[in-house]
Design a binder for this molecule. Structure first.
Ligand code: ATP
Ligand code: MG
Ligand code: MG
Length: 569
């Protein structure tokens, strides 16, 4: 693979390595982290962050910590922890590292730091850097002020550290109800940066936590927890998306104050922000994705149309394709949109050399070769992969009755149509040349079977075949031998490239044709397919055996992507 492209993060790391910024004897010089909140399923946007963070650790022989930012007891669940870990592993990354024959596990939970975070909050209060505020939520919001105008100090701001500390301890002991008091950093209510106007650091929540149970009824805020977790873990480069730029001053402030208190030694972590991945034709808001699931617009979080990693995996996206997209779209400082076709292009690039070829008839129509001998079928062969002869051949039978695609016959051909119509000859791919002689229709005039005759000396791969020059070349499967299978033809879930931007109602942009289920006929060898096997069905695209619904001998296929980018054309 090509060397990774330079970007501002790599430049920063290179500069830090050259300057020895994080040259510590017992720790790697580059430690990043991926810090999801376990409140939902990971999506393709998270994959970008995973690839950036784990990718930098890999390329610089450093470490990437897998950390759960689990400070919101009401929204978090073990189920989400499990699926997130699964998805990161599936993407090809690991938080385990072998060092001198020992396995290190770099899996962390912010909730494991609750004692330490509490201790640091007591320190900040004692040192006069934080106080307990007892304003109502409404007063607190009003006094925070608006952008462009100074806020007002809380009447509780000058409480003595001793009084605040006493209240904080009683908050912890469960003496108060949710919202009665809150701990705030004492910074500057006139700061032009709203995040510096005495941000909250601890709140009361009488709620059960998925890991700490009922031990706590106060929980640290994300903006307080995140920098301190980074510092406790000796993170060097704390990489997040641009919307956190305004949070950086508080990130630095809280680490600096706690370092003064002796909790950390220098060097401390620094935060860097890059542009989030915005892909067209998808939505990534957790709330809206949940709506799709709860309103049964899709069939669950792992519906193959979902941009979740569990959905994309089921759809047949590969970790390699997602990593390629992450690399190709780069790391920048300005927000933009990436066309979904970039991801599909990476997917085709990854699948083309891997996927064995196979034949599938998705919209079947009977073709009867009237002069074909009854009895034993004839064997046809074709390469498993046209570019890799070493992968061998596949063998499948041809017989008197075949399935072909409905679109490969026209009773009255349109201009430029080279496939089957009465009087025309085509090649049955890897088989014989046939000449169409007519068709059968039902009472309503629908074509129900096509008739033809074949030329016994025209078989592909035999000498005689060279005497036949035909323009059309169609695929087929032998009707008595074919494997009948459910095939799901997926398309984009939305018709609008930015379905939820600018306050639009994303449900108005749903693509009514995003899922079609057909009964297809497949080449018989496909009965040996295992879940998650991927094939290229010639002319139709790439298809994966559904990992949930496939059973032995009876695969169910999902179309991963078509062969060419035909969207909107
Ligand atoms: P929430 O809406 O609950 O805040 P989130 O999308 O921020 O969800 P987190 O679990 O907090 O989800 O995200 C984990 C990490 O993934 C964060 O560092 C976040 O910046 C990053 N991330 C999320 N979406 C994207 C995206 N579209 N592009 C790049 N990184 C992303
Ligand atoms: Mg978040
Ligand atoms: Mg978010």
């Amino acid at each position: 693979p090509a060397a990774p492209a330079a970007n501002f993060l790599r430049n920063q790391i290179d500069a830090d390595l050259a300057a020895g910024t994080y040259a510590r004897p017992d720790l790697p010089n580059v430690i990043t982290r991926f810090p999801p909140e376990p409140n939902g399923y990971l999506h393709i946007g998270h994959a970008k962050s995973i690839c950036v963070n784990f990718g930098l650790a890999r390329d610089y022989a450093g470490l990437c910590h897998m950390r759960f930012d689990d400070t919101n007891p009401e929204k978090e669940e073990q189920e989400y922890v499990d699926t997130i870990l699964d998805s990161v592993k599936w993407l090809g990354f690991s938080w385990e590292k072998e060092v001198a024959g020992n396995k290190q596990t770099h899996l962390y939970y912010a909730s494991d730091y609750f004692d330490k975070l509490y201790e640091m909050a007591e320190y900040l209060i004692t040192a006069g850097h934080a106080y307990v505020d007892s304003q109502s939520a409404a007063d607190m919001a009003a006094n925070r002020g608006n952008f462009g105008e100074a806020g007002k100090n809380s009447p509780f701001r000058d409480r003595s550290p001793a009084e605040s500390l006493d209240l904080f301890r009683r908050m912890k002991a469960g003496e108060f109800k949710d919202g009665e008091h809150i701990v705030r950093a004492k910074i500057d209510m006139a700061s032009p940066n709203m995040n510096m106007r005495d941000p909250a650091i601890y709140r009361i929540r009488h709620a059960h936590h998925h890991r700490t149970g009922d031990k706590w009824c106060i929980y640290p805020m994300y903006d307080y927890t995140h920098p301190l977790s980074d510092a406790m873990e000796n993170i060097t480069h704390s990489i997040c998306t641009l919307e956190f730029q305004d949070h950086r001053p508080f990130y630095d402030w809280v680490i600096e104050r706690c370092a003064e208190g002796g909790f950390f030694k220098k060097p401390v972590p620094h935060q860097y922000e890059f542009a989030r991945l915005n892909l067209t034709y998808i939505i990534t808001s957790k709330r809206k994705l949940r709506q799709l699931v709860e309103e049964a617009i899709v069939d669950g979080w792992d519906d193959p149309r979902m941009p979740t990693l569990v959905g994309m995996r089921r759809r047949g996206y590969t970790p390699e394709a997602i990593q390629l997209m992450a690399e190709r779209t780069g790391v920048t400082k300005s927000d933009g949109w990436i066309d979904y076709s970039v991801l599909e292009g990476c997917l085709r690039e990854d699948l083309d050399p891997k996927a064995p070829r196979a034949t599938a008839v998705l919209r079947p129509l009977k073709l009867i070769i009237d002069n074909f001998p009854e009895g034993e079928p004839v064997e046809c062969t074709s390469p498993v992969h046209p570019h890799f002869p070493e992968r061998g051949n596949r063998v499948f039978p041809i017989s008197k009755e075949l399935w072909i695609e409905q679109e490969d016959f026209m009773e009255v051909p349109s201009k430029g149509y080279f496939r089957l119509f009465p009087g025309n000859k085509v090649r049955l791919r890897y088989g014989y040349v046939v000449e169409c002689t007519g068709c059968d229709k039902d009472a309503d005039g629908n074509v129900i079977a096509v008739h033809c005759t074949y030329f016994a000396d025209s078989k592909s791969g035999t000498e005689g075949s060279a005497n036949y020059k035909v323009k059309g070349n169609i695929h087929w499967v032998s009707a008595p031998h074919a494997l009948e299978a459910e095939v799901r033809l997926f398309d984009r879930l939305f018709t609008d490239p930015q379905p939820d931007s600018g306050g639009k109602d994303f449900k108005l942009a749903l693509n009514p044709a995003s899922k079609e289920v057909v009964t297809a006929y497949l080449e018989p060898g496909l009965s040996a397919t295992m879940p998650e096997d991927v094939y290229q069905f010639e002319r139709h695209g790439y298809f994966v055996a559904d990992r949930v619904d496939s059973v032995k001998g009876k695969p169910v296929f999902n179309r991963v992507v078509t062969l060419k980018d035909s969207w909107g054309k």
